[in-house]
Design a protein around this ligand. Structure first.
Ligand code: HEC
Length: 143
């Protein structure tokens, strides 16, 4: 029993040496940020920006392995797929594709459930979902 405990403690300490490099804030040119109404911006900032922008907030458990691996890979992967702070740098095809995906993603998958569990305020209401869907659809049509 004691050995098992010592093993777990040593493993936990060992985990801390395996880190994922994620910068909380990356340099951003305001010109590259997606242009949206204040209404939509408020929703995106509240529910999406922690993984899909250059300005995120890494919570305390984002600094402790193994939860840090999850938090940081979500941010890195989220930014890679869709970064609202870099949106104007994407070509029209990519923007169109992303608006198409946003409409689908906000039906159920986004924001990620594990994130909402720790950030209840980020949960999208039905009204938020409808707004994001209508917005992404009209942006899709406009391109
Ligand atoms: C906790 C981090 C996190 C949050 C918050 C989050 N996302 Fe994501 N998002 C990801 C990750 C990671 C992926 C890539 C893996 C996946 O598709 O599950 C992704 C993928 C996506 C995709 C691509 C899906 C596809 O079909 O390829 C879209 C679009 C998207 N997110 C939109 C949003 C929107 C809109 C919000 C806010 C309402 C949001 N996300 C909130 C982490 C997040």
């Amino acid at each position: 029993m004691v050995k098992a405990l010592i093993f777990i403690v040593i493993m936990f300490i060992g985990f801390q040496f395996i880190t994922i490099d994620t910068k909380e804030n990356l340099p951003t040119n305001p010109k590259d940020e997606i242009a949206v109404s204040n209404d939509i911006k408020t929703i995106l900032k509240r529910s999406c920006y922690d993984c899909h922008s250059n300005n995120t907030t890494i919570p305390w458990y984002g600094n402790i392995a193994p939860s840090s691996w999850l938090v940081r890979s979500h941010i890195n992967d989220g930014r890679k797929i869709l970064n609202f702070s870099e949106f104007n740098k994407y070509d029209v095809e990519k923007q169109k594709d992303l608006f198409d995906r946003i409409g689908g993603a906000v039906v159920i998958r986004m924001p990620l459930p594990s994130y909402v569990w720790m950030h209840p305020k980020a949960e999208l209401s039905q009204e938020d979902r409808d707004k994001l869907k209508a917005w992404s659809e009209s942006e899709y049509q406009a391109r």
